[in-house]
Design a protein around this ligand. Structure first.
Ligand SMILES: NC(=O)c1ccc[n+]([C@@H]2O[C@H](COP(=O)([O-])OP(=O)(O)OC[C@H]3O[C@@H](n4cnc5c(N)ncnc54)[C@H](OP(=O)(O)O)[C@@H]3O)[C@@H](O)[C@H]2O)c1
Length: 195
């Protein structure tokens, strides 16, 4: 049985991905602040400890799906609360790096896949979105770098740059991502059938 680790699967896209992969027979591990396993991705020691536990349990990770992300308010830059801006960057970018770093040995061992939920806000700015848009530009850039750094490791990386969705629709959209992606795998085999 293959295993998917979903970071940020307590709601939204991640919850839809969780539901889909459970339905197709994956072992699903979910982590977030309020989900199945408590994890704050901005706490790098906690992220390291979380992956160490997986290592101690001899876990195999075939897929890591990073859906953790936040936007806080739509204040103009002149009114931004810097603590909020820092929080947005920490979850959307530093948390991503924390998880990428710890995922690498697992995905290398399994020739697995890493998914990141990015946003079209990485290129399209909106009024009040200076921090969110900049953090999404940064997370896309991190993924573009990883694609080069992990070349030759047999790990597949994908950054899904999604458009705006109503929060209540995101779980459905998450299932749609999965449905679009999973047919490229032969679920009965370890190998992907297309690239
Ligand atoms: N909604 C949109 O229109 C839209 C558009 C483009 C891109 N996106 C991106 O899609 C991704 C998912 O968003 P969504 O719309 O599905 O939002 P969501 O329903 O709020 O889901 C966000 C997930 O991230 C988790 N999370 C937040 N802070 C975290 C932290 N510090 N540590 C661990 N987990 C954390 C949340 O769980 P806890 O709160 O339990 O920690 C939740 O499971 C985000 O990266 C977002 O930027 C969304």
């Amino acid at each position: 049985m293959k295993t998917i680790l979903i970071i940020g699967g307590s709601s939204g896209y991640g919850a839809g991905v969780k539901r889909f992969f459970s339905a197709v027979g994956y072992n699903v591990i979910e982590a977030s602040r309020s989900g199945d396993n408590h994890l704050d991705v901005t706490d790098n020691k906690a992220v390291t400890a979380f992956f160490q536990k997986l290592k101690d349990a001899n876990a195999t990770l075939n897929v890591v799906f990073y859906s953790a992300g936040i936007a806080i308010g739509k204040s103009h830059v002149k009114d931004k609360l810097i603590e909020q801006t820092e929080r947005v960057f920490k979850v959307n970018t530093i948390g991503l790096i924390n998880v990428l770093k710890e995922s690498f040995p697992f995905l290398k061992a399994s020739a697995g896949s890493f998914f990141h939920v990015g946003s079209i806000a990485n290129k399209l700015s909106y009024v009040g979105g200076a921090d969110y848009c900049a953090s999404k530009a940064a997370s896309s850039s991190i993924m573009a770098t990883i694609r080069k750094e992990w070349l030759g490791s047999n790990i597949r990386t994908t950054s899904l740059e999604v458009g705006i969705g109503g929060v209540s629709q995101n779980e459905v959209a998450g299932k749609a991502f999965s449905q679009a992606w999973v047919p490229s795998f032969d679920l009965n085999n370890e190998k992907e059938t297309t690239s």
